[in-house]
Design a protein around this ligand. Sequence first.
Ligand code: PEP
Ligand code: MN
Length: 338
Amino acid sequence: MIVVMDPQSSRRDVADVVKLLDAMGAASHVVEGPTRSVIQLLKVDGKFDRARLEDAPMVEKILEEPAPILAAGRQPGDETLAVPLNSSEVMGGKKLGIIAGPCSVESTEGLLKIAAAVAELGAVALRGGAFKPRTSPYSFQGNEERALEMLARAREKTGLAIVTEVMSAEQIELVQPYADVLQIGSRNMHNSAVLKAAGHQPKPVLLNRGWSATLGEFLLAAEYVIQAGNSNVILCERGIRAHEEYVRNTLALAVVPEVKRISRLPIIVDPSHGTGQAHLVAPMSKAAIACGADGLLIEVHTDPSQAWSDGPQTLDVDQFRSLMAGLKPFAEAAGRAL
Ligand code: PEP
Ligand code: MN
């Protein structure tokens, strides 16, 4: 059971409720958040009086479920949160946010070419991995700090916001100054140490869904970041592991309208990792926009056949151009701008 305190409640109000719980013989644990506190009831016995607790000053409600979505939840009338990517662009507003770029940052020259192309075609942010979470230790692991410097150059040249992944809490200190948005990848969605550390710093967080995570687990991961102090979280549906073999992952697009129903966080879709196949990226991008996604994450490279990682799912510049053109009617139909 969880006692949710009113957002206006003071520490004193919380302490009074804890005292009341003590008097009722209930053991409890206070979780102080940036917007409100909650009190988890660890053990109740015969003296517990629920009605009295409900009536206590500044108690908003009592929830039975063990894992409520509080900070990321949508209340009736809430707008989707507009998360600033940099001083000029947001994710979650009327304009769709297209994030594009290579899987791995390879060279300065290559990155600048890709960045210039995607900027001209309407992307608001450049993605590129400096630290790559690879399944095999024999695969390319990323150009690390050199790649971060290349990303900073690309930002200088194009004005695009930079999205790049952090794989551990310790890495945040190094990556954060170079990035506008910190990405937490699928493999780390369950890593509460990384989630908390991302919540302790001010840059927005792009949180990928774990490939076997339920929607509830995905939202609770976001809750960790917000609870630690950073409300600027963007969710990213990037496909889940199923038994299919014609795709790398199965893109679970129904989470988009479901997230819109229960959460105020913006949600984008990554059809590149979500399918693993370049020819499926455009149709799934259109479907994502049609069902209400706030943006897309698309892997783009000047020559996907030579990409150091994820080439088969990567679009070349011409394919990205036709994707952007093809999205227009879908954006309009969804009441969004591109
Ligand atoms: C990526 O964006 O390149 C990536 C590794 O994503 P995910 O964590 O979703 O696999
Ligand atoms: Mn990739």
